[in-house]
Write a protein that binds this ligand. Sequence first.
Ligand SMILES: [Zn+2]
Length: 230
Amino acid sequence: MTAITKKGTVCWRCHAPHSGGHFCAACGKIQPLARGTDYFAFFGLPQKLWLDCAELEKLFHQLSWKLHPDNFVRAGEYERELSLERSSQLNDAYRALRDPVARVEYLLAHAGMRKEGAAKQQAPPELLEEVFELNESLDELRTARASSTDDSHLASLKQHLEAEERKLETKLREVDEELKRIATEWDAAFDAGADQSQRKALMSRMNDVLNRRSYIRNLVANVQKELAEA
Ligand SMILES: [Zn+2]
């Protein structure tokens, strides 16, 4: 028996109308996961990006207690299966929502709006020049390391790259601030009942910021790796 059913169905046990919660309101039996249920709805939350993390943690603990397979040891096989499925989805949902960036990633992915495309390889326009110079410095560092005749040259190269790394970390914080600003706009738009096209426009902006963020993070990781080996 498949444990996935459509939303707005009836309870598998007592056939009372059921709207997608964890348990039937009439008979209290655990219910199958509704197809397309998003992680926000799983917690009974609106699709907004600002979340009270303490409140989320509380909901997580309450649900993990209610859905825990230990509560279903004497239930039928189907209910045990449902409890395992819901518990595992609970963990995935909590992991995705507790971190603000993962939350945005999830919102976009669920809406089919997370598009990485060529962004992983392509430098954001405002970083082009810097990336070019950074790559030159990294090349120089590798060459200096291989020849290892001029220690002071190597040391000054390392110093330069450490400074570059700090600049990138600053950029990363700016990008995070930008993401936070758009997230606030998203929540305001949500409250105002924004239409599909407004929501898509905001998601597309968040997608761009996420791509820029992952590009810069890769750069930082790259510089750190080369510095560690130098
Ligand atoms: Zn029922």
